[in-house]
Design a protein around this ligand. Structure first.
Ligand code: HEC
Length: 125
């Protein structure tokens, strides 16, 4: 009986913490691979900016980011800027991340731009 209780406790804990762990992974990936251009908080002000002739997208720019679908954001990350008619200065990351990690990065970017829309349950498509 005690074992069964323990099993349910562990299962419940895993259920509760999984989204948090995924969010943490996405944050760490963003920090390692994206911040040099997009900046510490995604404001498009990374250390590379002075040397760039096309500015990295400000991922906090709610007005602009709300015009982009999740599919467009996903494609920009996986296949690079050119795939969505943006600059080639935005690299393609399809060989760097798993499918799951790519989707987590899209989710992370949504937390940077669109927190209140997430809370309202907006469908980003
Ligand atoms: C070498 C610099 C650089 C790095 C590193 C970089 N980006 Fe970008 N990114 C850019 C630039 C430049 C643009 C803007 C392209 C444009 O406006 O034409 C951009 C645009 C984007 C866009 C927006 C496309 C749109 O719809 O406007 C997304 C999403 C994005 N980057 C995600 C990421 C993610 C996620 C990472 C890390 C895995 C990353 N970028 C790493 C330079 C970079």
């Amino acid at each position: 009986m005690r074992l069964i209780k323990l099993f349910f406790a562990v299962a419940a804990l895993a259920f509760i913490t999984t989204p948090a762990i995924q969010a943490e992974e996405a944050y760490l990936n963003y920090k390692s691979y994206c911040m040099q251009c997009h900046g510490m908080h995604g404001k498009g002000d990374g250390v590379n900016v002075p040397a760039m002739n096309v500015l990295p997208r400000d991922h906090n720019d709610n007005k602009y980011m709300m015009t982009r679908t999740n599919t467009e954001i996903y494609n920009a990350i996986k296949f690079g800027g050119q795939s969505v008619n943006k600059s080639i200065k935005m690299p393609a990351w399809g060989d760097t991340f798993t499918e799951e990690e790519l989707h987590q990065l899209v989710g992370h970017i949504r937390t940077l731009c669109c927190e209140s829309e997430i809370i309202r349950g907006v469908n980003f498509k």
